[in-house]
Design a protein around this ligand. Structure first.
Ligand code: ADP
Ligand code: ASP
Ligand code: MG
Length: 586
């Protein structure tokens, strides 16, 4: 007898007929002797309908009342689902988040799960019932209803699978698996048989809406086997697997975040603590920033650019304005008509030239790139929103993603590693806390920076094509928002390659204009874990101790599974010790 959690998304329960069909899937599993917990989303677009109802009353509904309202969508669908099962002759009991005991923090509309009680569900399962759990909702310490953020039913499902030690969590949706990119945007996308947790975390956090990124945090932290498949057609779907079971490809997928905005704070005093002042305030407001880029200082001042979801722009502008006044910084500029296209793949950490290929593809499509950040397994470019579909297609084609995996047989089902009872008790507490796994120091790299490169379309593509031709392995790449038509691009290479890298860079600068500066040895500190970007406070926790110790940060790159900072080589060991302490690592 196995224990399974099956989650049905909105389209899968959009009308009574679909609810009946979904209930048959759950019933068939139950009839085969398995214990079944079903997690259901609101019917169809019901959550959007509710959001719209609120808008018709007020532009600024209180977050508490929004949660009260939005949670009703799932209450409708769970009860209908239970009725459908009862009609089919099964025992079924529907439960709200509160009735299950899904405790969350109090951040309404984006609450995080703290713990889940298992007693009630276990009792019902032992009695032979199918349990129908409302997705997306919980309750806070004061008993208020909370919701987990749009798309949060995935997180309910995987979290329940984790605490119930289910053998598998099946996500039923309107596509038959995870694709190399959103198949609705690019029909040439192909289905992946499997994808690693880290890749899925990056893709989801960079815009692939097929899974709520926080659900993958649970899958990774608690080893929950997850399969994504279609509600409507039979098929193997896509297994989300640990890295050691994953197929290593340079690029597994392309993600798209359509509604990005950029902010640049100019003339920031280039001293330790400036970034901290800004990012701690943004974190406190719960704004997840991405593509943080701080230019090397000019005449004692630096520029800090970063992106936020467009919906957070107004709040981010207000906070940045405040901080600018405090720091005595100069002006703030922003741009809202932007999109972020990212490629993600485990293999790019060791394959050469992936970034160059990406920039070349975007440039060949005639698309200008305004900012770039990379981390070990992802490359993100910021472009004009009007260019998004073409950029996705260009990147997808450049990495041959039309033919990845194809339709081979499904991966063998995974077994969840059963844990000891103490471990089970532990996993009920602080379920969705940030999980920092480690902090590493790499003192083997050199930093090369182009200053004042003419900002012509394709500049990054040309630069990294030449660097690639020279056989140089580039690790971090950052292109900052251009100022006065001048671009600034920084990258790191192994220190042993520093001389060659500088020679290549100087030849490029001589041909195009611009200057090259370098630091022969820098210290790169990486913090790895799960949920790093979506837990808005990590940048803050990272910047604070370094600022307090007077250590200046030269370069930053953030991602969902790690954040990297470059500091002076001499400060490396001290920074490592400070960060280990700040994150409670031995
Ligand atoms: P549900 O209501 O079942 O939770 P969602 O609408 O949240 O479904 O997620 C499924 C949708 O995600 C698909 O219809 C597809 O358009 C979109 N999507 C985005 N990126 C991907 C991807 N890489 N693979 C598959 N689907 C994707
Ligand atoms: N009904 C919620 C939403 O539409 C949660 C979900 O479907 O996952 O966002
Ligand atoms: Mg969804």
């Amino acid at each position: 007898m196995a224990r399974v959690v099956q989650k049905f998304g909105g389209t899968s329960v959009a009308d009574p007929q679909k609810i009946v069909a979904a209930a048959r899937k759950a019933a068939a599993r139950h009839a085969a002797g398995d214990e079944v917990v079903v997690v259901v989303s609101a019917m169809g677009k019901q959550t959007d309908v509710l959001v719209d109802l609120a808008r018709q009353i007020t532009d600024s509904p209180s977050a508490r009342e929004m949660d009260m309202l939005l949670s009703t969508g799932e209450q409708v669908s769970v009860s209908l689902f239970a009725m459908a099962l009862q009609q089919q002759g099964h025992r079924a009991v529907s439960l709200t988040g509160g009735q299950i005991g899904i405790r969350t923090d109090s951040s309404h509309t984006r609450a995080r799960i703290r713990s889940i009680s298992t007693d009630h569900v276990n009792r019902l399962l032992a009695d032979g019932a199918i349990v129908i759990a409302a997705g997306f909702q919980g309750f806070d310490p004061d008993g208020n209803i909370t919701t987990l953020g749009r798309g949060g039913s995935d997180t309910t499902a995987v979290a329940l699978a984790a605490v119930l030690e289910a053998d598998c969590c099946e996500i039923y949706t309107d596509v038959d698996g995870i694709y190399t990119t959103d198949p609705r945007i690019l029909p040439a996308a192909s289905r992946l048989d499997s994808i690693s947790h880290d890749e899925m975390l990056e893709l989801a956090s960079l815009g692939a809406g097929v899974m709520h990124s926080r659900s993958i945090e649970f899958a990774k932290k608690f080893g929950v086997p997850v399969v994504v498949r279609s509600s409507f057609v039979e098929g193997p779907g896509t297994a989300i697997v640990p890295a050691d079971r994953a197929v290593v490809r340079p690029v597994s997928g392309v993600a798209l975040a359509k509604s990005e905005a950029r902010l640049t704070l100019e003339g920031v005093p280039d001293q330790p603590g400036s970034s901290h002042a800004l990012f701690s305030r943004l974190a406190t407001a719960g704004i997840a920033v991405d593509m943080i880029i701080q230019n090397a200082g000019h005449g004692g001042t630096a520029n800090i650019s970063f992106t936020v979801p467009e919906a957070d722009l107004a709040a981010a502008l207000a906070i940045t304005g405040d901080v600018a006044a405090q720091l005595g910084a100069g002006s703030i500029s922003h741009d809202r008509n932007l999109a972020k296209v990212s490629v993600v793949g485990l293999g790019m950490a060791t394959a050469e030239g992936v970034a160059g290929q990406m920039f070349a593809a975007i440039s060949a499509a005639g698309i200008n790139v305004t900012m770039i950040t990379t981390s070990e397994i992802k490359i993100s470019v910021l472009i004009s929103r009007d260019d998004t579909a073409r950029a996705v297609a260009a990147a997808h084609q450049a990495f041959g993603l039309e033919t990845v995996d194809g339709h081979r047989a499904a991966a063998a089902p995974l077994a969840m590693t059963k844990s000891d009872p103490l471990e089970v008790v532990r996993r009920l507490e602080g379920m969705e806390d940030l999980a920092i796994e480690g902090c590493q120091l790499d003192a083997s790299q050199a930093l090369v920076t182009f200053l004042d490169l003419p900002d012509t379309p394709g500049v990054a593509a040309d630069v990294f094509a030449e660097i690639g031709q020279a056989g140089l392995f580039v690790d971090m790449i950052v292109q900052s928002f251009p100022r006065a038509d001048r671009a600034e691009i920084s990258f790191t290479v192994p220190a042993a390659d520093r001389d060659r890298a500088v020679a290549v860079a100087e030849a490029i600068a001589a041909a195009r204009g611009g200057r090259v500066t370098d630091v022969p040895q820098v210290a790169k500190l990486s913090i790895t874990g799960v949920g790093i970007r979506s837990h808005a406070g990590v940048a803050d926790q990272l910047f604070a101790p370094l600022a307090a110790a007077g250590i200046n940060i030269d370069l930053v790159s953030t991602s969902e599974v790690r954040v990297n900072v470059i500091v002076a080589a001499a400060a490396g060991e001290r920074a490592l010790a400070l960060l280990r302490q700040a994150f409670g690592l031995a």
